[in-house]
Write a protein that binds this ligand. Structure first.
Ligand code: ZN
Length: 363
């Protein structure tokens, strides 16, 4: 039977959740739902992180696959998880390896088509020590009014874009990307805000990994993202220095791996990332972690969609007349709802997950 990859993907969070639970149930996976106590969806619906587990409870090796760390990016990761459940067979699963699928780590962002959560926090910047002084991001401070303009008038946006281009000309394009996206802890209404306390999703995923991988000696992590890189291309991103054994190991698993430390990745090096947090949360395990990042549309288009969405939810009215166009643009920027893109996301995800399972089974 050939499976149609298009059927793995969903039109919204509710459909994605239902498809994920049905695929997990058909395979007999153990399911746990974690209810978000702080927020509801746009129709007043409950929002949950759903976890499905296959394999022995005390496995010494395990694979964690996460979707929706960045809410709206969850369409891709959810499709990959559902495709993986639908296209593999329990009989072929290696006996000593545990599979843990975490669906919609940021269910608020998925349901509302936002990259951030209900507190405007980027979860992939929230894994920092909140008792210590927060890291500074001076570039962001300089650019803050270009990143969060007071309104969406064309002349305001033109001036903001001019300020960003000037910064890029003076300091380089990479420095501009870093200033905007590395994370900041000073502007609650800003973009790439890392939060001023541990977020519910962060506490929940740390609980999940300790619970599921407490006995594991080797853990693979694939966290699926979208929005950076060329259309449909899936880059494996690590944060490890080239000299780190984890970097060499991830290259053995996956071949072409790009480190944010060396400037070879589509991503800037970021503060308080989920990979760093989960690696620290599993001190007894040898962790091999990669972000799987799928390109969508040009960076400027993605940034402008994000900036408008940030404005809508912090200064504008998410239920007002501006909402429809802004929400459609951000959804498209992170989820090209097109057959060729879905096919590329599925094929690449299948490859990356298969490589991880093989490495865990044979290691
Ligand atoms: Zn992301």
């Amino acid at each position: 039977m050939t499976l149609d990859a298009r059927t793995f993907f969903s039109a919204d969070y509710g459909e994605a959740r239902a498809k994920f639970l049905s695929a997990a149930a058909d395979r007999g996976l153990e399911h746990t739902a974690y209810l978000n106590p702080h927020a509801k969806g746009p129709k007043g619906e409950d929002l949950t992180i759903d976890v499905a587990v296959l394999g022995p409870a005390d496995a010494r090796a395990g694979l964690l696959v996460i979707s929706g760390t960045h809410g709206v990016e969850g369409y891709a990761g959810s499709g990959a998880q559902i495709g993986w459940l639908r296209s593999t067979r329990n009989a072929n699963w290696p006996a000593g390896v545990k599979l843990v699928l975490v669906h919609a780590l940021n269910p608020f962002g998925f349901a509302w088509n936002r990259r951030v959560n209900e507190e405007n926090v980027d979860l992939n910047r929230n894994f920092v020590d909140h008792a210590a002084p927060y890291p500074q991001n001076k570039g962001y401070d300089v650019l803050k009014s270009a990143i969060v303009p007071p309104d969406m008038k064309p002349e305001t946006l033109a001036a903001a874009d001019h300020a960003l281009r000037s910064y890029g000309k003076e300091h380089g394009v990479f420095a501009l990307q870093e200033a905007i996206s590395q994370g900041q802890y000073a502007h609650l209404d800003g973009m790439y805000f890392g939060g001023t306390r541990e977020q519910w999703s962060v506490g929940t995923i740390l609980h999940i990994v300790r619970r599921e991988f407490g006995r594991a000696e080797r853990v693979g992590i694939v966290d699926i993202h979208t929005g950076l890189g060329s259309y449909g291309h899936g880059e494996i991103i690590t944060e490890d220095e080239a000299s780190d054994p984890r970097y060499a190991r991830s290259k053995r698993w996956w071949g072409d791996v790009r480190s944010t430390q060396s400037g070879e990745s589509v991503s800037a090096h970021v503060l308080g990332s989920i990979d760093s947090g989960l690696i620290a949360g599993l001190p007894h395990a040898e962790v091999t972690a990669g972000g799987l990042e799928f390109g969508t549309y040009p960076t400027l288009e993605v940034f402008q969609a994000l900036r408008a969405d940030n404005w809508l939810h912090t200064l504008g009215d998410p239920r007002g007349p501006d909402a429809r166009g802004i929400k459609a643009a951000i959804r498209k920027a992170f989820y090209p709802d097109l057959d060729d893109w879905k096919e590329m996301v599925w094929k690449r995800s299948e490859q990356v997950l298969s490589q991880a399972v093989e490495a865990l089974a044979n290691g």
